[in-house]
Ligand binder design. Structure first.
Ligand code: GRF
Length: 217
């Protein structure tokens, strides 16, 4: 941890917020190196906002629909909310808006995302359906730094699950979601502790050559 101070984390969601909740739970540990200071959404009706608020967290909504096609105006307001809360690290947890290079630049190296596939396979949407169609035997989830290109940033943690014969997209999604809830807190802990360094497309972890093992589930 940096001089004993917890890093200030903002979480952005668009929906139910189960990953957000896994991070909230993890951050309750006294030695967790990050504290969640705000949860925001582009959808005022997102279920996760209610959950966060019940848990006692400050929440905000910046409704993208009010901005029409002006993505940057939406993002400037979002960015302002995060800065108001002195957010240092930004965690996207099911945040379903594409971000412009301007926003990505503001948070470069300080913004992470979880994607429900083993990147670089299956970027984009409908990952579970596509994994079944393609017949892969292993599927999973990836936590990565966000860069201007979607689902392409340096990989921090990955977790894998088997694809089973009788799987439907929903069954596979549920298996992957359990992995998401396991790896996201581990990845945030690694980043917030200051041990994670970006080197090109690779992520390096300080201290131990074995430390990276905990980032594979
Ligand atoms: C997760 O599957 C995440 O990987 C994807 O969107 C989903 C969000 O679920 N980006 P939740 O809102 O965290 O429950």
């Amino acid at each position: 941890m940096n001089n004993g101070a917890k890093r200030r984390v903002g979480i952005l969601i668009s929906g139910r917020g189960s990953n957000m909740l896994s991070l909230i739970e993890a951050a309750k540990a006294p030695d967790f190196p990050a504290q969640i200071v705000a949860v925001g959404s582009n959808k005022p009706e997102a279920k996760g906002l209610e959950t966060a608020s019940k848990e006692g967290f400050a929440t905000f909504a910046v409704d993208h629909k009010l901005y029409g096609k002006d993505r940057e105006a939406f993002e400037r307001d979002l960015d302002a909310k995060l800065r108001e809360n002195n957010v240092e690290l930004l965690v996207l947890a099911g945040f379903l808006r594409l971000l412009t290079p301007w926003f990505v630049h503001q948070w470069q190296g300080r913004m992470i995302n979880i994607h429900p596939a083993l990147l670089p396979s299956f970027t984009g949407l409908h990952t579970h359906e596509r994994a079944l169609t393609e017949g892969v035997r292993i599927h999973g989830a990836t936590v990565h730094f966000v860069t201007a290109e979607m689902d392409v940033g340096p990989i921090i943690a990955q977790g894998a699950v088997p694809v089973l014969d009788g799987d439907t997209p929903d069954a596979l999604a549920a298996r992957v979601l359990e992995v998401e809830h396991r790896i996201y807190p581990i990845a945030l802990e690694a980043v917030a502790s200051g041990k994670v360094h970006i080197s090109g497309l690779r992520v390096k972890i300080d201290n131990s050559e074995h430390e990276g093992d905990s980032l594979i589930a």
